[in-house]
Design a protein around this ligand. Structure first.
Ligand code: FAD
Length: 469
């Protein structure tokens, strides 16, 4: 009897523990992707990007004699029907860690248990399973540095080779057509602008890693902080849907370090930040929804999602050039440089005194690399409400940050069309991507700051002091 191979955030063939074990059983395999309740809840850009990943993976499966069966509906119901149609004896998947996916998976597991059909979940999304890393007293880590110390000398094992063939079932069950799902429907122009900036699929992800190791990693420790240059790997959009495994990236970093690459250790540390985010999310699911430190519930953050300030922030019209360039980059490309994420996060939660949840949700709507663990940790970190967070009183000044990280104004110039006689393609792309009702064009003037750098800082610090701790 066949095994249903349920794919979610693991859309690759190489280093895929579940796939490797499934092939070893010798059973026919039916790979399936379900447009389920979790996908339904995703923001516009992540859903659009996921659709492209699914298409690419389906082609890769075709090339090794298999297929990707597509179905839409609540996961349990869809998988149950498919198991009946195909007389499957088991349903396997790679483990997920965010609360929405965990709830779905628990429902599926229980549903099949009742019917006597085997369910199994596998690792593969992380280097180390979250509960396998423990403090001396058996707890979990709340601070990155000791977490890093605990995993530093651990061997995650060698990446597994891609299977060369998957045994097909005698009859393939019916598949829906991905075009009918319109996964880009909430993207203006079907995501045409964002699509220009993407690198989709397993082969492209691998090539990107190789290129980064060959050329980028040497200078990574310094270049990574500069949004005006391509100093990072860009792998987050591939890691989020598992187009490449974290272990493959990690092993490549270790090998580069052995070979003497300067930035390799720093790169490895960033990969471990992702692990740490998942470790925390697993142990404290509230990371995605509430102030991790409850004392922040008393902080007078505005929770108005469509205040004038928030609208200006989302549209890149705060009058703070670094903030605006970054918010425009986000909207047009689905990406944002890490330094810029910190600046816009600080500006929103401090200068604009707005709850991090609002920024968190907008990122979840717009980022093609949206990751439930990294996004939540990033926001709680910058807001000061999270574990091991930056202290709230560390308020970034978006003007002085420009001098440090965009010294020639190249980043700002790439995104802010106002005042430029011939704006570059990037700035024009942003204008093409935004809805007309935003009222933006190259001809309008650039706004004065809605909240000045010093004024916003003073107000935030006063509120912080008044809160009393
Ligand atoms: P590189 O610098 O090449 O790093 C390689 C990989 O390491 C990344 O792909 C990522 O998987 C991991 N990594 C790097 N920095 C971090 C970090 N600070 N925290 C966790 N993992 C990290 N990252 C996401 O993948 N998805 C998100 O939704 C997300 N939201 C964020 C929100 C905020 C407010 C902040 C401050 C950070 C967020 N990050 C998020 C982390 C980071 O900004 C991105 O991972 C990074 O910019 C991706 O670019 P890259 O792949 O070129 O990174």
């Amino acid at each position: 009897a066949p095994i249903l191979i349920w794919l979610r955030r693991d859309l690759r063939l190489a280093d895929h523990p579940m796939l490797t074990e499934a092939v070893e059983t010798g059973a026919p395999l039916i790979p399936v992707f379900v447009h389920d309740e979790v996908v339904e809840e995703q923001g516009a850009a992540p859903r659009f990007r996921l659709g492209l990943s699914v298409e690419s993976f389906a082609r890769d499966l075709d090339a090794i004699g298999s297929r990707l069966v597509l179905r839409r509906g609540r996961a349990l119901g869809v998988l149950r029907a498919l198991a009946r149609e195909t007389c499957a004896r088991a349903v396997w998947w790679s483990r997920a860690y965010d609360p929405a996916a965990r709830a779905r998976d628990a429902e599926v597991m229980e549903g099949f248990d009742a019917e006597g059909i085997e369910t199994r979940d596998f690792g593969g999304h992380l280097l180390f399973e979250p509960e396998s890393v423990e403090t001396g007293t058996g707890g979990y880590y709340k601070v990155y540095t000791p977490y890093m110390k605990a995993v530093r000398d651990r061997d995650p094992g060698a990446p597994l080779p891609a299977p060369s063939r998957l045994l097909a079932p005698e009859d393939w069950p019916e598949s829906e057509r991905i075009e009918d799902w319109q996964m880009g429907r909430d993207m203006r122009r079907g995501g045409a602008v964002v699509a220009k900036y993407l690198t989709v699929g397993e082969q492209a992800a691998r090539a990107r890693l190789d290129r980064f190791i060959a050329r980028g990693i040497e200078d990574y420790a310094i270049a990574r902080d500069r949004p005006d240059i391509e100093g990072t790997s860009g792998l987050s959009e591939n890691l989020t849907y598992g187009e490449i495994s974290i272990r493959t990236c990690y092993r490549a970093a270790l090998a580069a370090r052995e070979a003497g690459a300067e930035g390799a250790e720093h790169f490895r540390k960033e990969l471990v930040w992702r692990e740490f985010a998942y470790h925390l999310l697993h142990h404290t699911p509230r990371l995605v929804s509430r102030n991790w430190r409850a004392e922040w519930d008393r902080f007078p953050w505005s929770e108005e999602a469509d205040s004038e300030a928030v609208t200006a922030w989302k549209r890149g019209r705060t009058g703070m050039r670094f903030v605006d360039a970054a918010m425009r980059e986000l909207y047009a490309t689905g990406r944002m440089h890490n330094r810029a994420r910190m600046i816009v996060g600080s500006y929103l939660t401090k200068h604009l005194m707005t709850h991090w949840k609002i920024g968190h949700d907008w990122f979840a709507e717009c980022l093609v690399d949206w990751d439930p663990a990294n996004n939540a940790l990033g926001w709680q970190w910058i807001a000061g409400s999270g574990p091991d967070a930056a202290p709230y009183f560390r308020v970034y000044n978006p003007e002085t940050q420009l001098g440090k990280f965009d010294p020639d104004g190249a980043y700002v110039g790439a995104w802010i069309a106002e005042g430029q006689e011939t704006p570059p393609e990037t700035a024009r792309d942003f204008l093409a991507a935004v809805p007309r009702r935003w009222g933006l064009s190259a001809g309008i003037t650039y706004p004065d700051p809605i909240v000045g750098a010093a004024e916003g800082r003073d107000r935030a610090l006063a509120a912080y002091k008044a809160r009393g701790n």
